[in-house]
Design a protein. Sequence first.
Length: 366
Amino acid sequence: MQANRVEIDLLQFKKNITLVKASVNGSLLCLPVKSNAYGHGLVKMAKAAEESAAVDYLAVADLSEAIELRQSGISLPILVLGALFEEQVPLLISNHVEFTIASPYKARMVLSHCEKMKMSCRVHLEVDTGMRRTGMRPSTAIDLFNELKGQRWLKIVGVYSHLANGGPSTDPIAQKQIEDFAVCMKQLSSRNRPLLFHLANSYGIQHLPDAMLQMVRPGLVCYGYPSEGQSSLSAVQPCFSLISRVCYFKVVEKGQGISYGHAHITSDKTRIVTLPLGYGDGYRRSLSNQSHVLIRSKRYPIVGNICMNQMMVDVGNDSVYVGDEAVLIGKQADQQISVAELARLCGTIPYEILCQFGSNLPRFYL
Ligand SMILES: *Cc1c(COP(=O)(O)O)cnc(C)c1O
């Protein structure tokens, strides 16, 4: 019997990826499952994706995630997005994962490992069109492609870039990226070998139809978070809930301070309940005195500073009992607390809220 749990609605997740797949005009769907599948659980989400048949590729940030997927029996193609270190190369090759080459130096290094191991590998060239994170210049990619074509060990199967967009105000930046990538594509695709070109993330597939190429890499929207405002995918729904249970109850007189630093003073005699969940479990301390929880289908404020593994909630005069469920993210009857709401309150983005819930919170898959 766990006090806290994350619930993942796999049926909803499968609906989401099916909706996304149907919206991308036949592009292959590469599902990013980095950072523990945006907090949802790496292996379970990958398995659900594999079962659904809507997903053609998985993308991870680094080698360890790829190995975990292979060891748990996932057979979808896996693309490691992050820059690689030399000592990882033999493992990348022997685990049959595809990976990113972002410089000619790394390409030659990988090639020499392939020759030594007498094993071939499949790689994607990353082109920087404006993110300035990893990736080579388009002209470098074209030269490298020519250098490597025809040799047997290192197979270039894809060429990709990443959008630096942060919403509508950065659409002109994305437009320039799309154009620069198109120039690069044109030079590479005339060489009569089919290549997977891919560029669009979640924002791209919802707002930039020109960014949808042979493959797309939407993460956030697949987990149920379409971009706000106009989105062709407004039907996708979150599949992540965070639920705790009331573990303690007390009556507090008017004018009493609550928690560390007495950052909240009661304005009346009231009932305060405690939940056994705090910032040590990934619930941000900066939500202290800001966010709400749902108990018995009603919204109540979190009061006082959030502790490492506990927090207090003011339930007024209502009857709330030890053992009652408290929803911190998700739905209860007609009430809802969204990831976007929490992100706004602590000045961050939904991605960061989802990623921060650690593995000490058990995940239950519905
Ligand atoms: C994380 C990531 C994505 C997915 O981004 P979303 O905004 O979640 O759709 C796509 N491509 C790369 C290279 C990434 O790092």
